[in-house]
Design a protein around this ligand. Structure first.
Ligand SMILES: Nc1ncnc2c1ncn2[C@@H]1O[C@H](COP(=O)(O)OP(=O)(O)O)[C@@H](O)[C@H]1O
Ligand SMILES: [Mg+2]
Length: 358
């Protein structure tokens, strides 16, 4: 799968951009604050409909403009054309000229995996980042997962609103509890099945980057231990005082263990960084395995942060992407670009919201 064309209008610091990209390796070079990461953000936005910087759409509109347009052509199993426009008043998303009605039909048109400094939150951050990671992986591989998750989260919010009322509407609460358990069990099942399939890939990736330093194990840590309905009923008294839904997959976590010890608690900075990258590498490999084509890799500055030893662990993945006519976009400054990647690269100069082929 590769992005053959990218078109931006009033997106971040790009007033207009039209660029053609071949398959293979693209190096985006430039000084700080020129718009390198913004390109990756736009590509990721088309793939997932959100920013990997965790900001809302309004922030991505070029200062002074009304709305942004991001579009592109994806060559994979066939040709796809993506067009998205966002303003405070109007949102449009079209695939091959047709408005997108169901997200499940859209996701998958473009698949990406991003490597960025925020990835460290997967290891260090709250459980939410790890749930998101699992959810993205499931959304990228199972068409029904995202709608299921959205229905479940809607149910949690409605139920929380009921619990916050001065006198609880018991009948309504009971019906939302039933719905919560039904949807929640499907989410739990999907996550429980995913983790053991994903874990060996992450373990191998970690070994590769760390030169067999420690053994990684990933374990699903669900909020529900046995029976969701029973545990929800048991939490009723606590829910009364907290006025919120206290058990369910919206409270799940994933444990990351290095030699059987929590990486977040006992890992060094270097180990945490290695682990974050290993998780992303495993994500890319998992997607490639399921779909038969590698996702587009978006690598933001991380190579510059890695020492040479750890960099070499990433190289096989990049080589593989190149061989299978996949695509990689990597941002760097002139000083720290990884010359060990060789000469077979497309190099682009990024300067004040413009992209020029070198
Ligand atoms: N909504 C926006 N409108 C206009 N410019 C923006 C917007 N958001 C960010 N920028 C500009 O984009 C530049 C940062 O782009 P970025 O891609 O993060 O740089 P880098 O090349 O360091 O990765 C800065 O100059 C910033 O002012
Ligand atoms: Mg940047």
């Amino acid at each position: 799968m590769h992005l053959s064309h990218l078109r931006l209008r009033d997106f971040r610091n790009y007033a207009r951009l039209d660029a053609d990209f071949a398959p293979g390796f693209h190096l985006l070079l430039g000084d700080n604050a020129q718009g390198k990461t913004n390109i990756l953000e736009a590509i990721y936005l088309m793939a997932t409909l959100r920013s990997f910087r965790g900001v809302g759409s309004a922030q991505m509109i070029r200062h002074g403009a009304k709305g942004y347009f991001v579009g592109g052509n994806v060559v994979g199993q066939g040709d796809r054309e993506i067009k998205m426009y966002w303003s405070a008043r109007e949102r449009n998303l079209a695939l091959d000229g047709q408005p997108v009605k169901k997200l499940a039909d859209y996701l998958g048109a473009l698949r990406t995996v991003v490597f960025c400094t925020e990835d460290l939150q997967l290891v260090k951050g709250a459980a939410r980042s790890r749930r998101r990671f699992l959810d993205l992986l499931l959304a990228q591989t199972q068409p029904g997962y995202l709608p299921l998750l959205q229905r479940y989260m809607h149910c949690v919010r409605t139920r929380n609103a009921l619990l916050k009322q001065r006198t609880t509407d018991e009948a309504a609460l009971a019906s939302f509890s039933t719905e919560l358990v039904k949807l929640g069990n499907d989410i739990i099942r999907a996550r429980r099945e995913l983790v053991p399939k994903f874990s060996p890939l992450a373990r191998l990736a970690y070994r590769r980057i760390s030169n067999d330093a420690e053994e990684l194990r990933i374990e699903y840590a669900p909020s529900v231990k046995n029976d969701f309905a029973v545990e929800l009923a048991q939490a009723r008294a606590r829910e009364k005082s907290f006025r919120a839904t206290l058990v369910g997959p919206h409270r799940d976590d994933v444990q990351l263990l290095l030699n059987e010890k929590s990486a977040a608690q006992f890992g060094s900075e270097g180990q945490k960084r290695t682990l974050a990258i290993a998780l992303k590498m495993a994500q890319a490999e998992y997607l490639a395995g399921i779909h038969g084509t590698a996702p587009i890799l978006l690598i933001d500055d991380v190579m510059g942060e890695l020492d040479v030893k750890r960099r070499s662990g990433l190289l096989p993945l990049l080589e593989h992407a190149r061989k299978t006519s996949g695509q990689v976009f990597m941002t760097c400054t002139e000083e720290n670009w990884p010359s060990e990647l060789g000469k077979d690269l497309h190099r682009w100069q990024v300067q004040t919201g413009m992209l020029k082929k070198i």
